[in-house]
Write a protein that binds this ligand. Structure first.
Ligand SMILES: [Zn+2]
Length: 564
């Protein structure tokens, strides 16, 4: 492709609404443009990347025997009513009304639609298993669309749904998808983690998120380099048994004067003890209105998601100063001894000896506190947020911590939708049974952003080989020089003959502007045709390291063969 015939509207300035590298470089590089908040146009370069991602996904989905379909974007409200999700989805569901007053939703996902298709067309165990997938535009009425393609209101997704006769078979389908997902993300060339996700009612390990490691990611993950373990910090189990202090002989309880000293670090310093021996007492107000105290070791952070899940409530928050005062609790010196509200403890406090707590009295702490001698919590629960260097729950190696962007999610649904929507089949024994379902999503347009978040430098994008818009970028540095033009043209034609996807910058522009654009666009391989042509030499660079390598023009054919 000749750049002079193409459309690459690069920008020097960063658009004001762009906050993250993927948004900045995809707009500046001429890949996308914003139409309205959360709505993007894919320009020719961006469309090529999108199609490449799509085709890698399609190839591996097809390999598993999954069947591609295309369902309507407009989905009747009646289907959503059947599963109760018309209400549950809330304002994020894009609702539209037709001229007769019938309500529809622009599909954010298609469990209801596909289940309706299945219940009308599948009768017998002989028709199963099946896995249907589609690559389609989805909608979500985000309250705050931002970060470009990362959180849009309209986005491209691959969604797949499996249908099986038994849980055992459904697990098989799930495992097939898990393997296919690994192949997809490997071929995309991204550094990713397969993260065990919260499964709620189903239990077991039947929900995984695929997270692309990136500095700007909203997911906080701990993972193990020795084994495959990876989990959200909210979901990761804390192996407190491996992080315990050695046992000690109990010393007598003592109340000590700690004037104006209340933070963990300050108390540890003042008393000359390890922060692991300071126990924080946090007062939480649960969404049902009850106040509880939760104890946690000074070096650990409490995880509110774990707290909420344990008490099966909607929300929990720390009590305000006013609320503490009302309860007669002394802020900064709270402790479990003599406290009037229920006391729970994180597992980090278990088997801890001679530790320090607030004395429920201004400027006083208790030292040498021991359980159960001095007080007894209702129970010990894992409320700890996992962190770097915690022991891996699988293999005990120290965990690493990273942030990332969720780009895929697989889930064994069970019979949630088939029961709600009466999608039954007749089994071998002649009995009617609900079909067991699984669902499998990949954010296609989000992947394009995630790839850039992971692969860029201060000058622009560095595309992974398999999803780059072109493989080779030829820059002719001075189009007025006949020799340069002639050589560049020859190399361009040769690359095309060899089947290399090539962009040839034949525009009449300065060398500096061409290099700037090339860095911004991020095509992996680059051949620069400049003054060297006099000595029958061109220069090769890879976008990643920018190191120059001279190639004799005679050798270019061999070079292309290697590249292919
Ligand atoms: Zn491990």
């Amino acid at each position: 492709m000749k750049a002079s015939n193409y459309f690459i509207p690069t920008l020097k300035e960063t658009p004001s609404e762009a906050e993250v590298p993927s948004h900045i470089y995809l707009v500046r590089g001429g890949f996308i443009r914003q139409l309205a908040a959360g709505l993007y146009e894919y320009l020719p370069l961006g469309f090529r990347v999108l199609k490449k991602i799509e085709n890698i996904i399609r190839k591996h989905m097809d390999e598993t025997g999954a069947l591609e379909v295309l369902l309507p974007i407009l989905t009747p409200s009646e289907l959503w009513q059947e599963t109760g999700r018309w209400e549950v989805y809330g304002k994020e569901l894009f609702k539209v009304e037709d001229r007769k007053g019938r309500l529809f939703a622009l599909g954010p996902t298609h469990e209801e639609t596909i289940t309706d298709l299945i219940r009308k067309n599948i009768r017998s165990y002989k028709d199963l298993p099946k896995n249907f997938y589609q690559i389609q535009t989805k909608f979500r009425d985000e309250a705050r669309p931002r970060y470009g393609l990362i959180r849009g209101r309209e986005f491209l997704m691959k969604d797949a749904y499996s249908f099986d006769v038994s849980e055992e078979m459904a697990i098989k389908s799930y495992e097939i998808m898990k393997k296919a997902y690994k192949k997809i993300f490997d071929e995309l060339g991204l550094d990713y983690l397969m993260v065990e996700a919260d499964t709620g009612a189903i239990g077991g390990k039947f929900s995984h998120e695929f997270v692309v490691k990136a500095a700007n990611g909203e997911a906080h993950i701990v993972y193990c380099e020795k084994c495959e373990y990876a989990a959200n910090v909210e979901a990761a189990k804390y192996e407190f048994e491996l992080d315990k202090l050695p046992p000690e002989k109990e010393k007598p309880l003592e109340k000590v004067h700690t004037p104006k000293v209340s933070s963990v670090d300050d108390v540890a310093k003042f008393l000359g003890v390890d922060t692991k021996k300071i126990v924080k007492t946090l007062v939480y107000i649960l969404s049902d209105g009850t106040a509880i105290a939760v104890l946690i070791r000074g070096d650990r952070e409490l995880n509110e998601t774990k707290l909420i899940n344990h008490f099966n409530i909607l929300d929990a928050r720390l009590a305000t100063s006013k609320e503490l005062e009302k309860m007669g609790i002394v802020e900064g010196f709270v402790g479990p001894i003599g406290l009037d509200i229920p006391v729970y403890a994180d597992v980090s406090v278990k088997d801890l000896h001679n530790f320090v707590v607030g004395a429920n009295e201004k400027d006083y702490h208790y030292i040498n506190v021991n359980i159960p001698r001095d007080f007894k919590p209702i129970e010990f629960v894992d409320f700890s947020t996992a962190k770097e260097n915690d022991p891996c729950p699988n293999c005990k190696s120290p965990l690493k911590e990273t942030t990332g962007l969720e780009v895929g999610h697989i889930f064994l649904l069970g019979t949630k939708y088939s029961e709600a929507m009466k999608a039954y089949f007749v089994d071998k024994d002649g009995k009617e049974k609900p079909i067991i379902m699984g669902c499998y999503g990949i954010g296609v347009s989000r992947l394009m952003a995630a790839a850039v978040e992971q692969n860029h430098d201060e000058n622009g994008i560095i595309w992974p080989e398999n999803i780059a818009p072109f493989k080779l970028h030829i820059l002719a540095l001075n189009m007025k020089d006949e020799k340069i033009r002639e050589v560049a043209e020859r190399i361009y034609n040769l690359a095309k003959e060899k089947g290399i996807e090539v962009l040839y910058d034949d525009r009449d522009m300065s060398a500096g502007a061409k290099f700037k654009d090339a860095d911004l666009i991020g095509i992996p391989h680059r051949i620069v045709v400049g003054r060297g042509v006099k000595n029958k030499i061109v220069e090769y660079q890879h976008r990643k390291d920018q190191q120059k390598q001279s190639i004799s023009i005679e050798n270019i054919e061999n070079f292309f063969e290697e590249l292919v």
